[in-house]
Design a protein around this ligand. Sequence first.
Ligand code: PEP
Ligand code: MG
Length: 906
Amino acid sequence: MNEKRVYTFGNGKAEGKADMRNLLGGKGANLAEMNLIGVPVPPGFTITTDVCNEYFEKGKEKVVALLKAEVEQSVKHIETLMNSKFGDVQNPLLVSVRSGARASMPGMMDTILNLGLNDEVVEGLAKKTGNERFAYDSYRRFVQMYGDVVLGMKPVNKTDIDPFEAIIQQVKAERGIKLDNEMNVDELKKLVLLFKEAIKKQTGKDFPTDPMEQLWGAVCAVFDSWMNERAILYRKMEGIPAEWGTAVTVMAMVFGNMGNTSATGVCFSRDAATGENIFNGEYLVNAQGEDVVAGIRTPQQITKEGSRRWAAQQEIPEEERVSKYPSMEEAMPEIFAQLNGLQDKLEHHYHDMQDMEFTVQEGKLWFLQTRNGKRTGTAMVKIAMDLLAEGEIDEKTALMRCEPNKLDELLHPVFDKEAKKAAKVLTRGLPASPGAACGQIVFFADDAEEWHAKGHQVVMVRIETSPEDLAGMSAAEGILTARGGMTSHAAVVARGMGKCCVSGAGAINVNYKNRTVEIDGVLLKEGDYLSINGSTGEVYLGEVETKPAEMTGDFAALMELCHKHTKLVVRTNADTPHDAEVARKFGAVGIGLCRTEHMFFDADKIKAMREMILADSKEGREKALEKLLPYQTKDFYGILKAMNGYPVNIRLLDPPLHEFVPHDLEGQQIMADEMGVSVQEIQQRVNSLSEHNPMLGHRGCRLGNTYPEITAMQTKAILGAAVQLKKEGMDPHPEIMVPLIGIVNEFDAQEEVIRKTAKELFATEGVEVPFRVGTMIEIPRAALTADIIAKKAEYFSFGTNDLTQMTFGYSRDDISSFLPVYLEKKILSVDPFQVLDQNGVGQLVKMAVEKGRATRPELVCGICGEHGGEPSSVKFCHRVGLNYVSCSPFRVPIARLAAAQAAVEE
Ligand code: PEP
Ligand code: MG
């Protein structure tokens, strides 16, 4: 443990710097760095993330005692630089207390502003600034925030109104005013009194008047907020470990609410939704930071261009825009010029898009924060490719800047052009996070979760969202809000999640009580359908049809870059020509697994299949298989054609036969009628197929070894299709894979059937097609004896689904009965069926590759379990020297990026 717990900054000096984010949190590290590069930042200090862990280990009192001397000295440091004194009645210093973790967690933890005020200090502040209204407005905000965050006044129930908001409503109602800034000094004073009374009544305690006591309360509350529900949920979603902890930054207050030459805002050096290189952001005159993000007042745009665009979207005429909602560029041109210069400087310094918070206090600009901005998947790709083109970053950095899983968003469907034209546009809001979403309307986050769990697609409609709505936002297809700008929480969080969002649609009237929303005279209820376009801000009535996305432009360029740097190539798991074509478009260079069983479920095929299963002799089975042969040949023909020139790895029949027969009486009756036998006969056969442990039963190569005629038929179909294609001038590369072997003899017996069938077929057809025979490695014994198996098998494909099942001894089909508990208790950190267990299962993979190649140096090794599309597992596959991974078509780009990153990381 570092002995130094507190790091100061201010006046162009700092004890920390940018690369100390693990210790100081992102905010603390960047505030230090900004000081060092000459960006104006109010002085302050950061308590380290180590202290956060200490806090949860040792408890509040011990940690406060440990921090006391350093914090008191650091407060003096601020006092000296600000030339004022904490708690002083004549010349008071106020501070803000902010959270800041290593990874940014926007809005998930707590902040307290205007700290250091009490009944005497507020008078001093009023005198010092000559602005009594400002002083009391700050005071009432402080009591309210401190009450909510530190003293636990925030309502727990979603339908309960904040007790302070209720008081504000009541005071405003008494004089019939609407807006907060219409309240006069006496009303603000009254608020402070009423707030304190409410606190006393609810908590039984007086509001603390000693500024130092206030400070300790706030610091501890910020640490506590690391463990609040929404922060925990956010960490879970983003994979942020609890051990990272949050830092706490205490900074001198600067005031954006000191009148019309003061303002506060948030800005981005590029567009976080589209990635365009356009400086943009929002600000509010005479306001404090939380007013912008909370979405309570409608913020104005920073740039004139942005302001015009915004007004056009809101259908606000130019004259009205200029008079009521001027941009900062127009209203405060000098400050704008400074801001613009500094945002540019920060972007060049960090070589990445910056998300910045600033305050203007009586004409002086201060930066309160900068961080690499959250962005959509589209923006992520565009910004990386643009920065590369601009020479800001190199190719490897551009690759590392993109998060593989986020590419998923670029593959989401978009609205079909024709369907969009025909759709009725109900209203427009701000295009807060792009994409297309349609679903049933819900109004509350927990409903979104519930409906989603029941299989509904929902659009969550809210007046505004708050961080408490996180889980609901995640469950919804899209989010529509009545209030809030492009930097409201709804917008920022939705973009981070890649969730479609339209915010600030002022024309929608949400009625939570009746669970209805009225839009342009149309009344919609919970459960009605609505579609939203997060790229244009349009809201449509009903369901609008979507179509699949395409891989073009920057996305295609990124994939080219992957191609250039990768060693591990990506194939796809596909069972149909359509899937194979989709995967080809995404750059798959072959099929790593074609599961033949999926082909048997069409009406005609299932009948022949069942006949085969019912047959009680080899002859009977062969007759039925004869019927299946043309179907299978046609299937393989289509797939081999779609993958012309690329390897297609086809696996012989794998699942237990009972999966192909009906288990309910009705189905059995239909089958009996079809087959012309009694229902009892069917039942007998179904019963005889039943197994106690089908996953470990009569499946995989055990089928082909007990019924070699199945293997023969499938071989005929695969190679027959290949011969046909070759005759047509194509270039098929079939591979035939034996599943689930544990002992080499199982492979030998199957290979013999395959080779013999091939020989006969080629002789009959007069054409030969080269093919390979390989095996899956998915039973631990196969991995342990890989050197022996590689003597015969020409390639390995790791079936990590079964290999995980058999290495852990967890049934693939039954893990859900205990997995949630295991995750909760941290016995498992992730689901091993999703993320490859590198230490255990991975060790078997590594060993099998090494042993296999010791026997057969050119042995091609791939993976075809679900892990083949999961980035951390893909990287592992690169490290152990696999030749390819194989995954579902829509994960191909994700795997390609992960594979390229693995090569760069090496
Ligand atoms: C595997 O076991 O990993 C595999 C790909 O095969 P299946 O999922 O079909 O058993
Ligand atoms: Mg398997």
